[in-house]
Design a protein around this ligand. Structure first.
Ligand code: 7BC
Ligand code: NI
Length: 124
């Protein structure tokens, strides 16, 4: 049987932040903790100009879908520019970071092959 869950409107969810990631805020959109979904999870993040989702890694692989702005992606020390329209695959346990190097908000969706964001263990 196939269950199709509605994409929760971005405005329905509260923003989360942490001092660890200056200028970064995010929301959970498809996540077992909120939507009763399983297998995959989706979140949306914004990075303010100068903000930095610092270098980290986690065992699940991850996909970014960049929907606004420009920034520098650090892939295990290799720097690469990303911009609106780009999609990024990050292998499990690969170190990565994303910094907004532009003047506009850097916006992206992230996808994990996990039921929920809260089960992704962040390592630094
Ligand atoms: O955007 C956030 C905030 C915790 O995390 C998802 C992006 C990532 O690379 O794990
Ligand atoms: Ni990550």
């Amino acid at each position: 049987m196939i269950f199709i869950k509605n994409l929760k409107s971005v405005s329905d969810q509260e923003w989360s932040t942490t001092e660890k990631y200056p200028g970064v805020r995010w929301k959970f959109l498809i996540d077992a903790d909120f939507t009763g979904s399983s297998g995959l999870s989706l979140g949306f993040a914004e990075i303010a100009p100068g903000g930095d989702l610092i270098l980290h890694y986690h065992s699940p692989a991850e996909i970014y879908v960049v929907t606004g702005g420009v920034g520098t992606l650090n892939k295990s020390g290799k720097l690469e520019e990303v911009k609106k329209g780009d999609v990024v695959y990050i292998a499990g346990n690969a170190k990565h970071a994303l910094k907004n190097t532009g003047k506009e908000t850097l916006e992206f969706y992230w996808i994990f092959p996990t039921d929920r964001f809260s089960e992704v263990k962040y390592l630094y």
